[in-house]
Design a protein around this ligand. Sequence first.
Ligand code: PMP
Length: 406
Amino acid sequence: TKAFDVERIRRDFPILAQEVNGKPLVYLDNGASAQKPIAVLDAMDRYYREMHSNVHRGAHTLGDRATAAFEGARETVRSFVNAPSSREIIWTRGTTEAINLVANGLAPRLKEGDEILVSHMEHHANIVPWQMVAERTGAKVVPVPVNSAGELDLDAFNSLLNERTRILAITHVSNVLGTVNPIASLIKKAKDQGALTLIDGAQAVPHFKPDVQALDCDFYVFSSHKLFGPTGIGVLYGRAELLEQMPPYQGGGEMIERVSFERTTWNVLPYKFEAGTPAIAEAVGLAAAIRYLDNLDRKAMEAAENALLARANELVSTVPGMEIIGTAAKKVPVMSFKIAGLHPSDIGTLLDQQGIAIRTGHHCAMPLMDFYGVPGTARASFAFYNTLEEVEQLFAGLQKIQRLFT
Ligand code: PMP
């Protein structure tokens, strides 16, 4: 196996080598969106220079090249999530659209009194689409509480899961807390109750590879831009049998088999869910990101990420009044925090002046903010290209802010 040489890896991400506000950039907002390696930039550039045309038209050579690149990307994604068939890989605009597609597609199965189980740590993208469907169908969205460490309350899960539960829609990893949920066992319990399962993998895939067959989930969704790929594209894995039964999400070109004013019929999977010209270059870019990750030593990468989080945890006591929100036993390297006497948005602005990028606010998880009784948090989210020195710079920055402003 190759050694995990972070300085060499950083050279693959040209955006990191710049100054911001006169200071070397320290990019710790990877949970919001990750940076892209040269391999992704080059793949998209090459696609546009050498092979762009519309896909699935088959009339000429460029069209064939574009189609091969596009469908090749689908196969790369299939392999990344270990789906049985590339028919089960649907391109979407991102996690948000994927969840809306599934919520809409499952709506015909829902009726008054049915329950959709979510968790208190969901991103709004895995709450609001279900609320909209619940409104239409008379079903109810039921949240499973979390404990103060930011772990799912498993006793509450066991009692809230019941014969009325039709869908379990839950995040693999919390974007605020970093908590890794024990989804394999949650999926198994939900299945035993006859419920369908959707896993929001948006924050999981930047840190580990999901295996949809081992997990045995019905749907698994994520966004390319958090996985070091381009914005504007995401993935829905869905079990073929269910996708076959679901109505199309949008109507238009590509998604039809035959159109007449009397009767229109749907195309086969996956095209039934892909109305209109797709994000072709973005699919190519996402596949390049996955190939880039496949060339890294996964074990070494995870160890490096754990070392970043461990170093951050060690340094918390050096900032008076700093408190971590989310102390689950199993976490990805994400650190939400507050500092007594400082508003999160001030922390963000003052760090930015020192070249350090973090995220502040409610992180599209208002119910979780309410649970912790905070308007928002400051959040540093690390990627494998971050260094221990950057973690130390973050804390030096926080110490400075704490001294000057409290
Ligand atoms: N779910 C989670 C857990 C997320 O972190 C995010 C992005 N912050 C989303 C869903 C939504 O992803 P997107 O905006 O790319 O659709």
